[in-house]
Design a protein around this ligand. Structure first.
Ligand code: PHE
Length: 359
């Protein structure tokens, strides 16, 4: 028989002490109540808080039978009790407790499941993030541009003459029908149009790289594909010289390929840079008659004054340099991959071999 029943039946003996004992018992019952199902919670509500027969409601009715000096304390005690019951009920309604699975349902002797296919990053992603990391440390920010371009951004603003062979169908993937009065739309053939877009959108100084995909209408072989990646670089400010360009590229090459990398910087031609130069690195090949060969990894040069004029920058005041490097080639050199097509076949046997370019 629970204590409060005795208490209810003998109003004559009502005392604060009894009330305290009863309240303690109720608290204990509230705390240990199992409120898993909705009907558990309804039964709890009726038992403790019900308007007619609820235990706590009933206790309140006892207060007038207590000695006068104890009534105030009794009121506080019962209010606290009612609050406790209400909060317990509310929180059980909000987050109904879940029945713990009984131990007998778990077979602790079963072997654990092993993750057999941990993901790995694509070698192009790895090479790209290493390249962007190096330039980030040298204070370059990152810019982006669209992969679909118009003739003006991809060629004209970059000082390509009207009849330049790169504008030809042989090299460019046009995505519109040619018509005499429409400028042509194409997949960008290089990341250099991002130079134009960023210079149009802001004011010098600029110091940025622009990584992204580029497209060319090329015959697919072990060394060329219709899609590949480039990282464009652009620095424009007062007093920028070719020495700044060469220094940046050499620092980059040593950071990417290692301190002992063998380099060659030789002159070249691009319509949008003057003078222009290409950077080659020496690739050791044991089966090559010369013990290896030079590989071109990037084109570069001082931004042509015509390009600065096209975007409204005064070439008398500002000078700049630009470079554009492929990503596939450095990745092929780094990982000793002999066929560019492997990057685009998504063969897990190939992809699973790459864990990261250390350093
Ligand atoms: N856009 C050139 C290419 O695709 C590379 C380049 C970029 C050269 C910037 C000079 C300056 O080959």
């Amino acid at each position: 028989m629970q204590v409060w029943r005795v208490f209810f039946c003998s109003k004559m003996n009502t005392s604060l002490e009894k009330l305290k004992t009863t309240a303690a018992n109720i608290t204990e019952e509230i705390c240990s109540a199992k409120l898993t199902t909705a009907s558990d919670r309804e039964a709890f509500r009726i038992r403790f808080l019900g308007q007619k027969r609820g235990l706590i409601t009933h206790l309140f009715k006892e207060i007038p039978h207590l000695p006068k000096e104890d009534r105030r304390f009794a009121g506080q005690l019962l209010n606290a009790l009612r609050k406790e019951a209400q909060t317990t009920l509310d929180s059980a309604n909000q987050n109904p407790p879940v029945d713990p699975i009984s131990l007998s349902e778990i077979d602790l002797t079963l072997p654990g499941r092993r993750n057999q296919w941990p993901g790995s990053r694509h070698p192009i992603t790895l090479a790209l993030s290493k390249i962007t990391d190096i330039f980030h440390r040298m204070g370059f920010t990152i810019a982006e541009g669209p992969e679909m371009e118009d003739d003006w951004h991809n060629f004209t603003a970059l000082n390509f003459p009207k009849d330049h062979p790169a504008r030809d169908m042989q090299d460019t993937l046009f995505i519109d029908e040619q018509s005499p009065d429409q400028p042509r739309i194409m997949m960008r053939t290089h990341t250099s149009p991002v130079q134009i877009r960023t210079m149009m959108a802001g004011e010098p100084p600029f110091r940025l790289i622009a990584p992204g995909r580029v497209y060319r209408n090329e015959t697919i072989t072990y060394k060329s594909y219709c899609l590949f990646h480039q990282v464009e670089g652009l620095v424009v400010d007062e007093g920028i010289t070719m020495a700044d360009l060469k220094d940046t590229l050499y620092r980059f090459a040593r950071a990417f390929f290692g301190e002992d990398v063998k380099l060659r910087y030789r002159s070249s031609f691009f319509p949008f840079t003057e003078p222009s130069a290409e950077l080659d690195i020496w690739w050791d090949l044991s089966d090559h008659p010369d013990g290896g060969r030079w590989m071109e990894i990037l084109g570069s040069g001082m931004v042509h004054p015509n390009v600065l004029k096209a975007v409204g920058i005064d070439p008398e005041r500002y000078t700049g340099y630009a470079f554009g490097m492929g990503v596939e080639r450095p990745a092929m050199l780094h990982y000793d991959i002999k066929d560019i097509r492997l990057f685009y076949e998504n063969d897990v046997r190939f992809l699973a071999q790459f864990q990261g370019i250390p350093g």
